[in-house]
Ligand binder design. Structure first.
Ligand SMILES: Cc1ncc(COP(=O)(O)OP(=O)(O)O)c(N)n1
Ligand code: TZP
Ligand code: MG
Length: 716
């Protein structure tokens, strides 16, 4: 088996301090360390053996365990039942040939190589003697005072280019080196102080792992059945993996004969052959994530479980295919029992409602039941459960990610996309999710971006015209629309780009006679009152749209924010009536009962149509210009950009203009921008485009709204 060396912890008893080596290792492995090297220069062989026994218990197969220098201690610990995977030897330590002979062909043997001569000597060794090289130091480090000269990243690159053996970079490695070292050919980062001296080794390891994953192309394996029509099974998985920027691999559990109208045949190869496929992959390729789909029988399931126990991939997403859409059970009792065992080896499971009911052992008659069942299942298996609401009745089809052990319970609201092209949706979703996780996204972000992509792929499925039944989704809708691999964008980048997109609208607003007159006080009373009456009409409906955003919001924080904003809009409307739209201000009853002007109707129609579409991200993009452009204008008016109205006691609109520069509203605007930019950052490209379109259309309506007092029959 090829070892996953991505994050390699070398221990140091001094740097681990009071926390101790064992506890540091436990925490670092919790955070994603894949290989641990016990390195203690002063311990006796007996002490090293005892430590290996303890570490082996704590690591419990979740990472590989090797020992520095002490071949005899490794052998002794193995004799006493410890799982010691191998040794790391330096140029002056025991011979790697002797280590191979003593530890056997399956052991992991690492060798230090710091210069061209070392690499030359490695080439002369019989193949299979050494499994990886430790190459460094990258930069000077006090952790090993007798270290060789520093190579730097480019020196490392030059050395490792010449070997096919995986090379880990060691010596002075910090988290900010991650991308450059991975690019230079490192198979992993070996660190001592960065983890041993970390205040929180779990969080630090997680941060390293995320950076490492984000810096490379994830190698994602689908273990599933074949659908020759290409919409489900491994064919769908491979498309999903590619659509999310992963390298896809597939081990076949079964061959089906099927198309978009149904399944007409099934052939299950021997489980031993599945194991052969799996071993062929893991002997040669580091598997960053596994997606597991259809498993035909108990033999197949147990084979997958045994392989997982050996390889321990860092991400396992299991789609427990066990109940057909018709409600028929697809697995016999023996297989169901084996599947329950397999669930414990998964990190995320993605059941539909029927499967969740069977696995949690309870009936599900609505979304509340589904959430309760997901909690129970998550607690039972110690993994996250992505419960999918697609099989609920009605237009609301939420999903939720529930992970009891890690305190996650996140709902993702959604409205049903009306299409018959749902073939392979579950397969596609789970493999996309595995790929997103393998790219270093947090589970919540990975679910959010996967859902955004899936909704896009469902929406764009009609154009494919595949089959007469339930056709496939369009896995590459985003890619084809963009002409490139979809990647997440930084929220700050989106914020800047979207603001830039409003530049022309802002410049035009600034030139409007209404704004100029408002600022210098020359604006006549009629257009002013016209504007206020339209504003009041607008705010009332805008509040309803904000309330819809609150209803669709995925988190309680966002839900509260939009609800609070809706309340603010209604209060604004009431205040307009109380302060300005009164007989005292010369407003007669007809102005009061003003009907919406064309600009108001058009703006509200746009907002309502986006709200009706039920897409939260698009909706919050549509409501944003009212926050952003208004705040910007208020800030600049207040700053005297259009003349110093605030200092002029005779200015007729001074009190009105003062309300523009309300700090609480500025703060709310900032929050709204952040929520929209965050949502856009993880949206699929076409979804992000739709958000931007909604935002730009609303911005144009803002301009028309400010222009309306002079465009409409105000003077009449
Ligand atoms: C992964 C890894 N690479 C290099 C070393 C250094 O080993 P060595 O050259 O034997 O020096 P000491 O660690 O024994 O001081 C390593 N330990 N691990
Ligand atoms: C064991 C070892 N071998 C070469 S450098 C080194 C120590 C690296 O420690 P750190 O990661 O703290 O720089
Ligand atoms: Mg050594």
């Amino acid at each position: 088996m090829i070892a996953d060396l991505s994050l390699y912890l070398v221990t140091d008893p001094d740097l681990c301090g009071e926390r101790g080596v064992v506890e540091t290792v436990r925490q670092a492995v919790d955070g994603g360390v894949r290989i641990v090297q016990l390195r203690d220069k002063t311990a006796t062989d007996a002490e090293t053996t005892a430590q290996l026994l303890e570490l082996s218990r704590v690591i419990d197969g979740r990472a590989l365990l090797v020992v520095n220098d002490r071949l005899d201690a490794a052998l002794a610990a193995r004799k006493q039942g410890a799982r010691v995977d191998g040794v790391h030897l330096g140029q002056g330590d025991a011979s790697v040939l002797r280590a191979r002979e003593a530890l056997g062909p399956e052991a992991l043997i690492g060798l230090t190589a710091n210069n061209a001569d070392h690499f030359e000597a490695v080439r002369a060794l019989p193949p299979g003697t050494v499994d990886y090289l430790g190459v460094g130091v990258i930069r000077p480090t006090t952790t090993k005072p007798d270290h060789p000269p520093a190579l730097g990243v480019e020196g490392f690159r030059a050395l490792v280019e010449a070997t096919a053996l995986p090379c880990v970079a060691i010596g002075g490695v910090a988290i900010d080196d991650t991308e450059r070292l991975r690019d230079a050919g490192a198979a992993g980062l070996a660190v001592v102080s960065a983890l041993c001296a970390a205040a929180d080794p779990t969080a630090t390891a997680e941060a390293f792992v995320r950076r490492w994953r984000a810096a490379g192309t994830p190698r994602v394996l689908s273990i599933a059945g074949s659908d020759p029509s290409g919409g489900a099974g491994i064919q769908a998985d491979l498309k999903s993996i590619a659509a999310h920027g992963g390298y896809g691999m597939a081990a076949l559990t079964a061959l089906t004969a099927q198309n978009t109208t149904g399944v007409s045949g099934l052939h299950v190869p021997l489980a031993a052959f599945l194991r052969q496929q799996l071993d062929a992959i893991s002997d040669d390729i580091v598997v960053d994530a596994v997606k597991i789909g259809m498993l035909a029988n108990a033999d197949v399931i147990r084979t997958v479980a045994e392989w997982l126990d050996v390889v321990r991939p860092p991400i396992v997403v299991l789609d427990p295919v066990m109940v057909a859409t018709s409600g028929d059970r697809l697995l016999d009792q023996d297989a169901e029992a084996a599947l329950r065992e397999l669930l414990r080896r998964a990190h995320v499971v993605t059941p539909n409602l029927e499967e969740l009911a069977v696995l949690a052992g309870r009936s599900i008659s609505g979304w509340a039941d589904a959430l309760a069942a997901a909690e129970e299942l998550s607690a039972m298996i110690g993994a996250a459960v992505l419960v999918k609401g697609g099989h609920l009745d009605g237009d609301d089809v939420p999903d939720a990610l529930v992970d009891v052990a890690r305190g996650v319970r996140r709902e993702f609201p959604g409205t049903r996309i009306r299409t018959a092209n749902t073939h392979g949706t579950g397969c596609s979703l789970s493999s996309a999710l595995a790929t997103r996780l393998a790219r270093g996204e947090t589970p919540v972000d990975a679910v959010a971006s996967t859902r955004s992509w899936l909704r896009e792929s469902l929406r764009e499925s009609e154009g494919l015209q595949v089959g007469r039944g339930h056709g496939p989704i369009n896995h590459f809708a985003g890619l084809w629309a963009r002409g490139g691999v979809e990647t997440n964008r930084a929220p700050e980048e989106i914020r800047a780009e979207w603001w830039q997109r409003t530049a022309a609208v802002r410049a035009s607003i600034d030139e409007l006679p209404f704004i100029r007159g408002l600022a210098d006080g020359t604006l006549a009373r009629d257009p002013f009152l016209f504007y206020l009456a339209q504003d009041a009409l607008y705010l009332r409906e805008y509040a309803r749209v904000l309330a819809e955003a609150s209803r669709l919001a995925p988190t309680p924080r966002e839900q509260a924010f939009w609800a609070h904003s809706a309340e603010g809009a209604i209060i604004g409307e009431l205040e307009l009536h109380a302060s300005w739209l009164t007989p005292d201000e010369g407003v007669d009853a007809s102005t009061f009962a003003a009907s919406p002007a064309p600009a108001t109707v058009a703006y509200l129609d746009h907002l309502r149509s986006v709200a009706f579409g039920g897409d939260y991200a698009e909706l919050i993009a549509a409501v944003l210009p009212c926050f952003w452009l208004y705040t910007d204008l208020g800030r600049r008016l207040h700053a005297g950009e259009f003349g110093d109205y605030a200092r002029d006691p005779r200015h007729p609109y001074a009190t009105w203009l003062a309300t523009y520069a309300d700090p609480a509203f500025e703060d709310a605007t900032d929050q709204a921008i952040t929520l929209v930019a965050d949502a856009a950052a993880i949206a699929a490209p076409t979804a992000r485009d739709r958000m931007l379109r909604a935002f730009e259309v609303s911005s144009a309506h803002e301009l028309a709204f400010f222009a309306a007092p002079f465009a409409s029959a105000v003077s009449a």
